[in-house]
Design a protein around this ligand. Structure first.
Ligand SMILES: NC(=O)c1ccc[n+]([C@@H]2O[C@H](COP(=O)([O-])OP(=O)(O)OC[C@H]3O[C@@H](n4cnc5c(N)ncnc54)[C@H](O)[C@@H]3O)[C@@H](O)[C@H]2O)c1
Length: 274
């Protein structure tokens, strides 16, 4: 879908990749509905955009609240008369601990945000999108959605679920006006750790920074550019970053060796557990 002149809803628009998606879409002539649980962060996105709230609507909504998401549909449509595309980008990681040490409250929150949040927004907007001349659903999974990252097992499980949810939806909507794209970002330099309420001790944080430096982590602006290009090309899958592209191929050729490679990398840097 060409984004110029379209109305695109972006969840997680208050930070990181979501904020840059908002700015990129506005720069290409789209109108944007930015959704986030964090209203001050959304207001910061608006200030950074240099545009008016006529082009950028802000909605403070927790996507895990299905009733609030239901209300969002009417409010978002009222803003511009319609919505052409949704980008389910909001997400959180889990603390860097093994499954045996992860409590159910944390597990539930990660599943609620990453899987149910995506599901609620998708199902709520789908009937409207099916009535547009052209619609698009974009779901942000992760490199961790096709490759196991120790210490992020539940996060990975939610992102694998988002992958299959999106690919299943693509098959179901194949003969409709709604395009469907799944996105697999590799490492992107955002505040997702802090925003997810995850603390890292100093040495883990230093090691994580070292990994970031060595792997030439992508900026969120570059990630957004790649995602928007994928939307404009109606791509089925979008691999964001050379790490995601490389590991995607590696994983298809030899999944066990690829998993073992990641495991060794995590152990090398000692960021697998708190
Ligand atoms: N940063 C990376 O390295 C990376 C890698 C792979 C995948 N991803 C995925 O990309 C997406 C964006 O991540 P990011 O790195 O930009 O993170 P981020 O923390 O910078 O932004 C995520 C935004 O989502 C919002 N959010 C969280 N829970 C919410 C809820 N319940 N309702 C509404 N909004 C909520 C947060 O407030 C935040 O503004 C996520 O789905 C993440 O899993 C990120």
């Amino acid at each position: 879908m060409k984004v110029k002149g379209k109305v695109v809803l972006v969840t997680g628009g208050g930070s990181g990749i979501g904020r840059e998606l908002v700015l990129n879409l506005l720069s290409k002539g789209a109108k944007v509905i930015a959704v986030d649980i964090n209203l001050p962060a959304l207001q910061e996105t608006l200030a950074l955009s240099g545009t008016s709230d006529a082009n950028l609507g802000l909605f403070a909504v927790d996507i895990t609240d299905s009733a609030a998401v239901g209300e969002l549909v009417g409010n978002a449509i009222e803003k511009n008369g319609y919505v052409d595309a949704i980008i389910n980008n909001a997400g959180i990681i889990q603390p860097f601990v093994d499954l045996k040490d992860l409590d159910y409250k944390t597990i539930k929150r990660v599943i609620d945000v990453n899987l149910y949040g995506t599901l609620f927004v998708t199902k709520a907007f789908l009937p409207h999108l099916l009535n547009r001349a052209e619609g698009h659903i974009v779901n942000v999974s992760s490199m961790g959605g096709f490759l196991p990252v120790p210490g992020q097992t539940v996060y990975g499980a939610t992102k694998a679920a988002v992958k299959l949810l999106t690919e299943g939806l693509h098959s179901e909507l194949q003969h409709t006006n709604v395009h469907v794209t799944v996105v697999f970002p590799g490492a992107v330099a955002t505040n997702i750790t802090a925003n997810s309420g995850v603390t890292m001790n100093m040495s883990m944080a230093q090691k994580s920074n070292q990994v970031s430096a060595e792997s030439k982590v992508l900026t969120p602006a570059k990630a957004a550019e790649i995602i928007v290009r994928g939307i404009e090309n109606n791509d089925y899958q979008v691999y964001v970053g050379s790490d995601s592209r490389f590991l995607g191929i590696f994983n298809r050729i030899s999944p066990k060796t690829a998993a073992s490679f990641i495991n060794k990398q995590m152990k090398k840097y000692g960021i697998t557990s708190q």
